[in-house]
Design a protein around this ligand. Sequence first.
Ligand code: DGJ
Length: 727
Amino acid sequence: MRRITTIIAAFLLAAALLQAQEQKIIPIETESTSLILVVRNNGEVQQLYYGSKVNASEFAAVPQRAGRYSSGFSAYPATGGRYQGEPALHLQYANGNHNTELYYSGLETRRRGDVTTTEIRLKDPVTSVEVSLFYDAYFKEDVILSHSVIRNGGKSPLRMLSYASGAISLRSDRYLLSHVHGGWAQEMQLENELLTHDTKVLESRRGTQNTQVGNPSFLLSLGTSELNEDSGDVVAGAFAWSGNYRISFERDPDDRLNIIAGINPFASAYPLAAGDSFTTPEMIWTFSSQGAGGASRNLHRWARNYGVYGGGNINPILLNSWEGAYFSFTTQTLINMIDDAASMGLEMFVLDDGWFGNEYPRNRDNAGLGDWQVNVTKLPEGMDYIASYAHSKGLKFGIWIEPEMVNPNSVLAHTHPDWVVQSPGREQYQVRNQWVLDLSNPAVQDFVYGIFDDVMKLSPAIDYVKWDCNRPVESFGSPYLGTDQDRFYVEYCQGFYKVMERIRAKYPDVLVQCCSSGGGRVDYGALSYFNEVWTSDDTDGYERVLMQYGTSLIYPACVMAAHVSAVPNHQSRNVTPLKFRFDVACQGRLGLELQPKLLEESELALVNRCVESYKTYRDVVFTGDLYRLGTPYGNDFYGMMYVSPDKRKAVVYTYCLRFNALGGEGHSFKLKGLDPARRYKVTEQNVNRSCWWGNGRSFTGAFLESGAFNPSLPSLYSSAVFVLEAE
Ligand code: DGJ
């Protein structure tokens, strides 16, 4: 009996080994992470692991489970066969059938510097549909990008009902999802939730302004109920698409968490003719065993090096005319503001909304959008006069446009009513008195490109364009697409990118800000064309601490435009000290958005001082690593810091967000990311008397990280900024 058992055991072992030998492992690796895929014996490609770096070859022995609910998680799960979960790919064929089963048909690996691209080719033998899964592994940044190319190799057209950019499966006993939500003037508010079984979805169906109420991004903490800043396994993701998005988190009956991210298939059953193919946008993934902070830093490094147009470059400190002048200005108003900006040490003046439209002058938000000619009543001397004046004062010059939109009160609306997004016979709803132009139409793409091109021709002194987009799509539909309305949402976004491609081809050096009523278009799709985003229309220092925290989870400081404005704040009516507003705005690309003439002498002195000090450390803001010192949620004190890549320089920001009577004794912050052995000289900025006893002295990184750093922040909205320089 024992002999028989031994023989059976040996047989099973041999079978397992045989299977192990036969299984082909496809490792996607970065410096510290591995994504392990396997080609099963039946040709199915499955995902085995995503996490800290492992020895990939050992995974060849992992057998395929014959689970009760599934036999593993496909690298790109398709509707059909035995799969019952959320699909990455769902196709409907001309004969009405919904089944697709994909099997391995080839592999290719290419290397470009530090980036390794793996292409896994899959094919459905019945329908001849082919899918290539692409994984770009960014070695140093520990970031993996995924996208797919779906090709209809059959003889009849099909419809894509889901067509995701990537799928990742994780295994843990607990999944904490952290994501942001919000609204106008209150974007990027963090929410955490433990995922239960079934499916949680983050999505937008807004067409434009997709990130005003959410964001196509998340952090997922494994095995914990709390978002931990410094330790623990965290997977983070961000979808590079400015249109409707959908990221689903399905905790399946086997307790895996399957994440599928891509274009939202809502009203977008995209047609694919025989022989045609569709390339999905990129999904960006990272893993860190160093908590949320580690995951954010990975994304930030990738963004600075690859993901953001001009990422990591230092962008100028500016004065924006909006809250200081709104629609009411003349040439002289602007000249005065330019003079003031120059004397405050700023580097650029940006003329916001209100400069255009003649037949329908843009004196309010109810007219003029679409008619991009300089208003001759307000600015009879023309744009070049103002832009050149800025240059003569040593400032760059920027201008605002909102080219995707049209007011019904405009020449454009009357001459091209068919260019407006609309549904036949239905009311064309207005938001902010405007309609959306149909960017799925190539003629509209030409027009929108032409707006940018013509505006640039107004003056050779235009260095910066603020591109706004102030409403979502409603009553969606394109007169151009006829009965093919399923294309609309996808092709609107593709149209937007086509325009941006042309703009970047002609104007590679112009700085372009992505604004959408504030942070309505903050995503890595847009950021591959834009230098920065307007984080929010709300510049209240306190609200900004929260919004900039939320933004920092996924996006780097170099893209975060942050302005100091007047009090009471025009949105929240809150009153915060000028220094607090500066100490918050200096976390990102600093700007001012107020009427300088209304500043008092003492305030002007502080402005000058803060601007000058920012210039001395902003290199660390734009290129350094972010360390959050806790969270602003539910805490009286909050801090964050940036450390230069060589750890020789750092800047530390500290705030009191709620009065705490103990604040007078100082709040202990444990600094992070420093070299423990190195000594750093600590210098508080923008004050005559420091709030920390150690100011002006040198301490080791170890000491500063011990909690001994305890600046006194005695009252609500006390704040302090310190620069640390290695000796
Ligand atoms: C919305 C933007 O977010 C503001 O900064 C400003 O540019 C206005 N639009 C102008 O209409």
